[in-house]
Design a protein. Structure first.
Length: 686
C-alpha cells in the first residue's frame, strides 16, 4: 500500500495543523477535551488565536511540517491548502469540504473537482472529501469537528465508516463496546478502505475491524486486505449498504430483479471470509463479541434463564442459525439436579425457575454445573430493572452468581438482555471487567453469536481466493443493447449450452416453408420484445400446419423478424440461470426455480463468478426445488450433470465476454431425465 507508512504517522500524529474557522475551532476543542499532548497549530489569515492557541496566518509560517491536518475551508480553497501540505511533506489531511463527487449538480464537473483534489494531494494521504475525520481513542487524538460519545481505551475494535453521521451515532453506543479507532472516509477519493484496514491490522491493540460500506473501489486491494487479516487472525465485520448503479438502470431480465442490488457485493465479501451483517445493532454486537472472546471454536451453546418464556424465545430465535443447544451431559444433569431437585426439567435451554433466586451459593453451583462442560458459549438471559425508579438490589444475586461461576470455571460466558435497554452501560462494563460479554437484545445477540460461530469456521481453513471476473466499473452513460432470442441462443450454444432446433426469418411468408423441416409441435415467437408473453408474440403447442398458419395470422408485425423452434416435452423441472453485473464489474450468477413461477416462488441462490463445480453443486442443494431435481416422492430425477453442464457453459460465455456483458438470462431451462435445454434466453451488452 503506497500510503501505509504515512498513514501510521497520520493516525498517531505528534503535531496537528488546522485550517479554517468554526469547524477547526470545534476540532481544537475536541483535541483539548481529549487531553491530546501533541502540538496544535491553527492556521487562519485573520485570527490571532483560537481557543487560546496562537494562530499562524499561512502554512509557510508553521514551525514544522504537520503530521496531520484538518482542512476545514471551502471547496475551492481546499485544493490550494492540500497542494501546499503535500509539497512540504505533511503526513496527511482530512478534507472536510463537500461539493465534490457527492454533489447533486453536474456530475461530470463534480468528478473533475474530485480528480483535481486527488492530483493536489499527490502522495500525501487524504481522507474525504466530505469527511469528518478520525478519532484515535487509544492515543487520545480526536481530529473530529463534532461531539462524540467514546472514551479512551487500551484496546478494542476499529470502525471505518463511509458515512460520518453513522460514525457519530456509533460512538454514542452504550453497549460496552470498546472502540479503538473511528475513521470516516467520505467520498473515498484517494485513500480507500483497504488501505486503512491494512494499517490498522498492524496495530496489536486492535482486535477486530468493522466496516460500514456504501461502496468499495479496488477489488484487488480488498482481496489482499482479507488475506492479510486471515493471516493475522483478525476478523473483519462488514455492514454493506447502498443501491448500486445497477439498481438505477432499467432492468428487463428476471435475474436482475431476483438477485437484488447488493447480492454481488455480499457474495464477494463472503468469498473473502469477511463477516457480513445486515443492521447496525448486529454490527456492534458482533464486534463486541469478537473483541472480547474472538471467533467461537464451535457451535455448542447453552442458554440459562429463570423463565420458561425466555428459554422458549431463545430456542425459537435460534432455529435457523448455527447455534446448537446440545444436551447436558449426565454429569451435568446430576450436579444441576442436586441444586434444583425434581421441580425443574433439565433441558437446554434451561429454565432454572426462581425458587433458588437470592441464594448466591445455590445459583453459583447451578451456573457452574452448566459451565463445566465444553460449551463454546454459555448464555445467561438477564434483564435488569431500570435504575431511575426501581430497586435493583434484588438482581444483585444473579450478577454475583454469574461472575462467580465464570471465575470458578473459566468458561466463555455472555449475558444477554432480551431488550436492548434492559442492560445499561455501567452493568455492561462490570460484566466485561469480569471477562463476560454483555449482549444487548435477544435477536441481535443471537445474530451476533451466529456470526461469531461463522467467524470461527472461517478461521479453520485458509481462504482460497478465486479470481474475480472484472474488467472495468460500469459507467452510467454506457448504452445497453439487447440481443434477440435467436442470437442469444446461438451465442450460448457456441459454449456448449443445449438449445432447441430453431430458425429465424424476417418475413411471415417464410415461416411455413421453414416449418416443413421441423417436427410438430412447434413454438412461434416474434422478435424485438423484451417480455414476449406479455406482448402477445408467443404461440406454443402448435401441432399442425393449420395451427401454425392461424398463429401467424394473429401474430403482430415484428420488425426484427420471427422465430420458429421445436417444442420440448414437459420437463422434470424448470430452472432459471442468470448473470448480472454490478457497478464494480463483479458478475453474479443466480440459479433458481424458473418458468412462470420465477417471481412468485423466489427460490434462488447466487454465486460469484467464476465459481468451482463444488460451489455450483452446493448452491443447487440450497434450492427448495432441489428435492424435485433428485426425485421427490419417487418421481423421476433430473439430470444433474446436464444442469451443471449448462451452468458451466454460461460461465464460459461470461468469462469470454466480460468486457461488454451487462446481464444474461435463461428462463426457463427445461431439465429432463437426461438433458437440460434452454427454452428462452436474453443477453444484454454494453
Amino acid at each position: 500500500m503506497s500510503h501505509q507508512r504515512s498513514l501510521k504517522r497520520f493516525l498517531n500524529p505528534e503535531s496537528v495543523a488546522l485550517f479554517g474557522g468554526g469547524w477547526s475551532e470545534n476540532v481544537i476543542q475536541q483535541l483539548l477535551k481529549s487531553g491530546y499532548r501533541g502540538k496544535i497549530w491553527p492556521v487562519h489569515p485573520k485570527r490571532d488565536e483560537i481557543c487560546g492557541i496562537k494562530c499562524f496566518s499561512h502554512i509557510k509560517q508553521l514551525p514544522d511540517v504537520p503530521d496531520a491536518s484538518f482542512v476545514g475551508v471551502n471547496r475551492d480553497l481546499t485544493y490550494e491548502v492540500v497542494s501546499v501540505l503535500s509539497s512540504i511533506g505533511a503526513g496527511g489531511a482530512i478534507c472536510f469540504a463537500s461539493g465534490f463527487r457527492e454533489a447533486e449538480e453536474d456530475k461530470n464537473l463534480a468528478q473533475d473537482r474530485q480528480a483535481l483534489l486527488v492530483k493536489a494531494a499527490g502522495d500525501m494521504p487524504i481522507l474525504g472529501p466530505n469527511c469528518y475525520g478520525f478519532i484515535n481513542y487509544l492515543d487520545n487524538i480526536t481530529l473530529w469537528p463534532d461531539q462524540h460519545g467514546g472514551t479512551q481505551c487500551d484496546r478494542g475494535v476499529a470502525i471505518i465508516a463511509q458515512s460520518s453521521n453513522i460514525a457519530i451515532n456509533m460512538t454514542m453506543q452504550q453497549r460496552g463496546l470498546k472502540i479503538a479507532y473511528m475513521l470516516t472516509l467520505g467520498n473515498q477519493a484517494q485513500t480507500d478502505v483497504s488501505e486503512l484496514v491494512e494499517t490498522l491490522l498492524d496495530d496489536a491493540r486492535v482486535s477486530t475491524i468493522g466496516l460500514y460500506l456504501e461502496s468499495f473501489n479496488d477489488i484487488r486491494a480488498f482481496e489482499e486486505m482479507a488475506e492479510r487479516a486471515w493471516q493475522l487472525d483478525k476478523s473483519i465485520v462488514v455492514l454493506k449498504v447502498g443501491k448500486s448503479l445497477k439498481a438505477q438502470m432499467a432492468t428487463v431480465t428476471h435475474t436482475a430483479s431476483l438477485a437484488g442490488n447488493a447480492a454481488s457485493s455480499t457474495a464477494f465479501l463472503k468469498r473473502l471470509g469477511l463477516i457480513v451483517v445486515d443492521s447496525i445493532a448486529v454490527f456492534l454486537e458482533t464486534l463486541k463479541l469478537l473483541d472480547n472472546l474472538g471467533p467461537l471454536k464451535g457451535s455448542a451453546v447453552a442458554s440459562v434463564s429463570c423463565s420458561g418464556g425466555e428459554a422458549s424465545l431463545m430456542a425459537d430465535l435460534a432455529m435457523h442459525t448455527r447455534l446448537d443447544f446440545k444436551d447436558f451431559s449426565q454429569s451435568q444433569i446430576t450436579k444441576i439436579h442436586q441444586v434444583l431437585g425434581d421441580k425443574v426439567t433439565l433441558a437446554n435451554p434451561l429454565d432454572y425457575h426462581t425458587y433458588i433466586w437470592g441464594d448466591v451459593k445455590s445459583m453459583t453451583d447451578c451456573f457452574s454445573a452448566v459451565m463445566q462442560e465444553t460449551f463454546d458459549l454459555v448464555i445467561f438471559v438477564l434483564d435488569l430493572p431500570r435504575k431511575d425508579h426501581c430497586d435493583v438490589s434484588g438482581h444483585e444475586c444473579a450478577i454475583e452468581s454469574i461472575i462467580a461461576a465464570k471465575k470458578r470455571t473459566g468458561a466463555n460466558v455472555a449475558v444477554l438482555s432480551s431488550l436492548t435497554e434492559n442492560l445499561d452501560e455501567q452493568d455492561a462494563h462490570r460484566f466485561i471487567d469480569a471477562g463476560i460479554v454483555p449482549l444487548h437484545g435477544m435477536e441481535e445477540g443471537i445474530a451476533a453469536i451466529n456470526k461469531a460461530i461463522v467467524a470461527g469456521q472461517l478461521k479453520k481453513t485458509p481462504p482460497h481466493f478465486l479470481p474475480v471476473l472484472l474488467d472495468k466499473p460500469v459507467q452510467a452513460d454506457e448504452t445497453i443493447v439487447s440481443m434477440d432470442e435467436y442470437q442469444a441462443k446461438t451465442e450460448l450454444a457456441k459454449f456448449g449450452l443445449n438449445v432447441p432446433q430453431s430458425v429465424k426469418t424476417l418475413q411471415k411468408s417464410e415461416i411455413m416453408e421453414a416449418a416443413s423441416t421441423f417436427k410438430f409441435p412447434l413454438v412461434l415467437k416474434g422478435l424485438g420484445f423484451e417480455h414476449k408473453t406479455e406482448s402477445g408474440v408467443v404461440f406454443v403447442g402448435l401441432h399442425s400446419s393449420d395451427q401454425l398458419e392461424a398463429a401467424l395470422n394473429n401474430m403482430p408485425d415484428c420488425p426484427q423478424g420471427y422465430f420458429l423452434e421445436e417444442m420440448l416435452e414437459q420437463p422434470v423441472a424448470e430452472l432459471i440461470i442468470g448473470v448480472t453485473r454490478d457497478e464494480t464489474g463483479l458478475f453474479l450468477m443466480t440459479i433458481g426455480a424458473g418458468g412462470i413461477y420465477t417471481e412468485i416462488l423466489t427460490d434462488t441462490v447466487s454465486v460469484l463468478l467464476p465459481s468451482t463445480s463444488d460451489e455450483i453443486f452446493a448452491a443447487l442443494k440450497k434450492l427448495k426445488i432441489y428435492k424435485v431435481l433428485v426425485g421427490y416422492r419417487g418421481q423421476a430425477a433430473a439430470d444433474l450433470e446436464s444442469i451443471i453442464g449448462s451452468i458451466t457453459a454460461v460461465s464460459a460465455y461470461v468469462e469470454k465476454n466480460q468486457t461488454h456483458l451487462c446481464e444474461l438470462d435463461i428462463n426457463p431451462l427445461f431439465v429432463g431425465t437426461d438433458s437440460a435445454i434452454a427454452v428462452d434466453a436474453l443477453i444484454r451488452t454494453y
